[in-house]
Design a protein. Sequence first.
Lengths: 314, 287, 409
Amino acid sequence: MPRARLALAIAVLAAALVLPQLGGPFWTGLVTQMLIFGLLALSVDLLLGHAGLFSLTHASFFAVSAYTVAILQVRYGVPTVLAAPAGILAGTLLGLVFGLAVRTRGVYFILITIAFGYVVWGLAQRWSSFTGGDNGVTNVPFPAVAGFAITSHTQYYYLVLAVVILVGLAYRVLVRSPFGLALRGIKGSETRMQSLGYRTGLHLYAAFVLSAALASVAGVLYVYYNRFVNPVASAFPISVEAALMAIVGGSGTLVGPFIGAGVLLGLRNWVSSFIEMHHAIMGAVFIATVLWAPDGLVGLAGRIRARLFRKDHG
Amino acid sequence: MVTSAILQAINGVSLAALLFLLASGFTLSFGLMRVVNMAHGAYYLLGGYIGLAVAQKTGSFTLALFAGGAAIAVIGFFIDRFLIRRTGENHLAQVLLTVGVAFVMGDVALHFWGGDNLKVPVPMFLRGAVELPGGIVYPSYRFALILFGVFVALVLWLLYKKTQIGAVVRAGVDDREQVNATGINVDRLFVLVSALASFLAGLAGVAGGAFLTLYPGAEWEILVYALVVVIVGGLGSLEGAMIGALIVGLLDAYGRWLLPEFSYFVLFGPIALLMLFRPRGLFGREH
Amino acid sequence: MQPRHPLIRSSIAALAALGVAAAAHAQSGPIKIGVLAPVTGPLATPGKDMVEGWKLFWDQAKNTAGGRKVEYVIADTTCNPDQALNQARRLVHQEKVHFLVGPLCGHEGPAVAQVSKETGVPLVMDAAGADTVTKWDRTPTVVRTAVSASQIGHPFGDYLYHELKARNVTFIAQDYTWGHELTLGAARTFTEAGGKVARILWNPIGTKDYGPTIAAIPADTDAVVAVVVGADRVRLFEAWYNFGMDKKKKIYGQYWLLQDVLPQMDDRAIGMFGKTANYAPGIDTPENRAFTTAFAQQYKRLPSWFGESAYTAGLWTKAAIDSIQGNVEDRAAFLKAMRSVTVKAPRGPLKLDAYDNPVQNVYVSKVQKIKHPVLGDVLTNVPVKTYEGVSQFWKWSPEEFLKRGPYKR
């Protein structure tokens, strides 16, 4: 990693470590949320930025995982050490089923994922005897494993930060691996990859299931943060926003989705306190991103940096 | 029981008529221009509100229909020209861009018309109900909507299949480059089809606003239904939009009657399954 | 006995002055209240009513309570629980409010209660009405000044059987917690009196088309009861007439034609049962007449349930603050005061029961056209029967009720 980038990464990490002391409970909570939704956005981006598939159903895995953890812990007293993996497993299993959508491409894929998302949302809302209906499941405790229990939001923040960093590193390894390369090859031209002998369908399916697993991890982190879950977690806007976070931040990069999450959540929490038409502002942000910054903020930063460097070197 | 079944069927068909108005434009836009316009729902809502304003001012429902349609045709033209055109055939970008447009339009509508749900006033002669054999009483307006839907479907079908312009559009849907090569101005064709699609969406808003009412969020609810119609019927196919609308309308009505707690499942489940085995929909083509 | 030495005298005076100043400083800053309401989003209209009712009260009270100035911060929850959570945290940690008021949307309740539980900041729930908050899922720092859903359902079932003489009814009900608890509460008292529920037709919030529902009403049912909210109210009304049902069956609004939707209605609504709830703008008491007149003068319309609820929350919290001389820093004292004061609200006399929910009147109301001193001819809900001092447990003992569990679909 170039030295400047390393220095930047260290600075950001240092800031992240002292955030609770400097920012207080509100900012700690908000950044925890940004990390969680950033992870969800990252899961969407694995498909979007690397495989070229635009999924609008990732809220389904997110929510199924969250509900599984919540129901197990609250209703059956299952401890975190079992409930959390169960949540990830549940979301991944759903990914195995929904992954069949990769039999389609392009617009059809997008539309089918939308339909899938609505099925899960509909069940979360209507199957009240199991999911609690629109009240959802409440009183989820903080995670506790083998005598080591989280007791405050500050502690939870550090846990989330650690998980996100670990997952992020694993993600980096994945996308730089031959598998990642193959995915990007498929995104560029599927027919060419096929002619080279790649089983593109299998690759895409595997990518889909992996991204579902990633979204499930985000779902587990989410339910322990909110300590409740309800159908809103599975709703269409969550999936849309996850994709938008990835794009606004910079699709195809590791930090892009997190930056996007920061921007969108920051906008919503901060701007909405003094501007009424904040939906319109978000809409304007999307339009501007698509037209002028399709690489997102990361891409924009890159271009600005390139231009600065060009100046220096005459 | 039979009475109920018949009633539900008519309900389904009247919803289908409305959905067809919205979906037909969407599917043709895609078929010809490969454009996915997620702001179609917002077109419906804004068109409805504008039609409402006109109806309140002039007392004429017909004028409201035209006004709603025309206003959106104009707005749609500008959005197409200055925004959507810039995304080329990048569907991803189109989806995002048009979602953004829909957000903006939604907030603008909220600003002017507020959050209450408003009803477009129905013309006097359509206010009552029709008495059908078997003692079934059915709202006249919804009957009229079915007839109107059939009328529009016929007109579109005739235009599409029997006129020269229609032939060119069909050729364009099949193979755009070829049509361009023959010297026909495909660009102008796009503008025409796009304007028609927008017009129908705005008109649908006025028609729908008279019995489903207009309110923030309606644009997304109706869009989801329209998307399902288009998925089932096949993108780019007019017949697909007709059959798809019927299927969705009837599934919705019967689903809600027989299995109300699983209504979303009844609607989206079979469709998801259909997609897995026939991704292009019933009448879609390879593109 | 006055000390003689002037130095001692002045020292004592100085010390006393310092002591008073210190005490005054601890309590001289303003009282800060955090209000959570959906200012934007799907429930923006009731949200607006709430904010306006709240503002009206504090304007009248000159923004003072317990001898201190009162400031409030309004936070927009957009009816989204994640947003409600963040805003509640912002109010507690950034704005440093002494207590929270709200939220409106039912599913935001747990989120905000969560923040109250974690931080110990008291929460006054002035709208969200899920039964469980004051029954099975109580939080010590949360009190409710509004109503528990089934509390207004039970009396209606009784009225339906004994006064309306219905024996076989069909419910058209909204499929979410509030709808479940209202409907099933009424169904319980109705069936226990001897009535039969033919069918309950559940519709999700935002059902566009009431055609299929109407078509599913059993032919032999006596009457239809409506429990619908939001946009669905107008749709059901129109569909009822469009399908000619007004000539075929009776329909009673258990929770249907609330004040906020009446301005859009026409004279067909007159004479219909609009709602059975703990408030109706047509209540004829001096308190309510004063309230509705002031509200009408300020906002050019009659207050709805939401407006009164927020106004009364102001009234109630001020009464509590006054009784503890403004010492809201002592959270336990504030909560104790909330639990012990009796309030004379526009909707009637109110006091919290042992489970932190008010015991209050329930009014069965019909829509009438009245001549309002400020607004002239206006449609509003006027009580035709008052059930006095109704508890959230109706006539059962709390233990019996709790053992039965929540009303579930």
